[in-house]
Design a protein around this ligand. Structure first.
Ligand SMILES: *[C@@H]1O[C@H](CO)[C@@H](O)[C@H](O)[C@H]1NC(C)=O
Ligand SMILES: *[C@@H]1O[C@H](CO)[C@@H](O)[C@H](O)[C@H]1NC(C)=O
Length: 433
């Protein structure tokens, strides 16, 4: 018995110090400045070792990527990339390689832009990355490379204010929810207005924190006066009619930041609020101290309910995501499904699901697939609304961005946009077999 004592003592002290460290960590997070540093993690940046002005380092062909600066509505300068699709690159390789530049003063004067503009089949994917790091951090280039394999499909992606080489000139000199929404709105405005690219051939793609930015941005272009958006100091007139994008694709989304923090684990290891489940009052108190709420689910519900605003929304989540639980995507889908089924006449939902062992005959490669659509979308008509949820088995939180499922979702969205109204449209679901 006596021999166990030191071990018990040791484990007691280990537990006590872990508890103490956790308590200090939580107390620190009450401070909004520290909290935002933890949430956005914009200072965690491997840009020191990598050179984002040299996209070849990240696996792109010479001149395939044009780095450029984009000025936001409130005067921040965002560092962005324009990535050319490989079919366009191959056709014009000579000219592109010769005129490759490490930074375009004006994107509209580049070969890449000229090629985007003159091709009436050009499509643009606007990518909103997750928290921490820079434009080409971790698995991010894998997304850009996989999308560049889709014919006629260009990609625009930027670092938010304070991330990578983007500036942080405006008070409070830290990324905030309103600040990142201004970035999102400015990037989309740039594509639609400065680049004069139609929304019907533009897809918004977000991952993790980027799903929250994407959703808020899409809501601004549908209902700029929505009470779910912060008041934005945007000098240009907001859109007067809803802007229907080809599709919105959200990878690893979460309903709201407070909900996420109930289960979130930093890097899949350090929990935030989940250890406090037994202490609801403490947990509620800490939740009330969350500075930015990012209410994605209410914003998606608002998008779904907006009149005269077609919506093609895809949610994609890996079952083995250790950071954000895939059930959070399911809960978003449940809410949207219920809303569409109760609100739209003739709305239909369908699902298919594999078991862990597989072996079933399914129509989709997804591990689990659910879809809900109104009668208009089911007919393939313009103006319809559809929401789909795809759970894939692998890919975790980050690696998934470069997976085939993302490229397939983008291709499906553009294919549906192209054949809209026509027959023979691809109709996934449970309606056969
Ligand atoms: C980054 O790459 C660009 C383009 O190749 C080059 O001009 C620049 O000198 C590089 N910067 C550093 C710090 O290596
Ligand atoms: C892009 O913006 C950054 C931040 O303001 C600035 O340091 C850089 O000089 C700009 N690059 C060009 C080519 O304008």
């Amino acid at each position: 018995m006596a021999s166990l004592h030191p071990i018990l003592k040791k484990s007691y002290w280990i537990l006590a110090s872990l508890g103490g460290a956790y308590a200090i960590f939580m107390l620190m997070l009450i401070n909004p400045w520290i909290q935002r540093h933890a949430l956005y993690a914009h200072r965690i940046n491997s840009g020191f070792w990598y050179n984002v002005s040299n996209p070849e380092e990240f696996g792109f062909a010479k001149g395939q990527v044009t780095p450029f600066n984009l000025t936001t509505a409130d005067g921040e300068s965002l560092f962005c990339w324009h990535v050319l699709p490989l079919d366009v690159y191959l056709k014009h390789e000579n000219e592109i390689a010769q005129k490759a530049t490490e930074h375009a003063e004006d994107l509209t004067l580049t070969v890449g832009y000229k090629l985007l503009k003159k091709d009436h089949k050009s499509k643009v994917v606007i990518n909103f990355h997750g928290n921490a790091g820079h434009i080409a951090d971790g698995h991010r280039p894998a997304t850009y490379r996989s999308i560049s394999g889709i014919p006629h499909t260009h990609l625009i992606t930027c670092d938010y204010r304070g991330f990578g080489r983007s500036t942080l000139l405006n008070a409070p000199h830290i990324p905030t929810e309103p600040g990142l929404i201004i970035d999102g709105v400015s990037i989309v405005s740039y594509v639609l207005t400065s680049l004069q690219h139609p929304a019907s051939r533009t897809l918004l793609l977000g991952q993790s924190l980027g799903t929250a930015v994407t959703t808020a941005t899409a809501l601004y272009f549908t209902t700029p006066s929505s009470p779910l958006l912060p008041s934005l100091p945007i000098p240009t007139a907001p859109p007067s009619t809803p802007t229907p994008f080809a599709a919105i694709l959200l990878i690893a989304p979460f309903p709201t930041l407070p909900t996420l923090l109930q289960t979130y684990k930093i890097k899949g290891v350090i929990p935030i609020l989940s250890p406090l489940r037994a202490y609801p009052r403490l947990s509620t108190y800490l939740s009330s101290k969350i500075a930015d709420h990012w209410p994605t689910q209410p914003r998606l519900e608002a998008l779904l309910s907006a009149e005269n605003a077609p919506l093609r929304l895809s949610l994609l989540h890996a079952r083995n995501d250790q950071d954000i639980d895939f059930r959070l995507s399911e809960s978003i889908f449940d809410a949207l499904e219920a809303r569409l089924l109760s609100g739209a006449e003739g709305a239909l939902s369908a699902q298919e699901r594999r078991s862990i062992q597989g072996g079933e005959r399914v129509r989709r490669g997804a591990f689990a697939y659910r879809r809900v659509e109104d009668a208009d979308a089911a007919r393939g008509g313009k103006g319809g609304k559809s929401v789909e949820l795809e759970i894939v088995r692998y890919g975790g939180h980050n690696e998934i961005v470069g997976f085939a499922q993302v490229g397939l979702a983008v291709r499906r969205a553009f294919r549906e946009a192209e054949v809209e109204g026509g027959g023979g449209r691809f109709r996934p679901g449970l309606d056969v077999e």
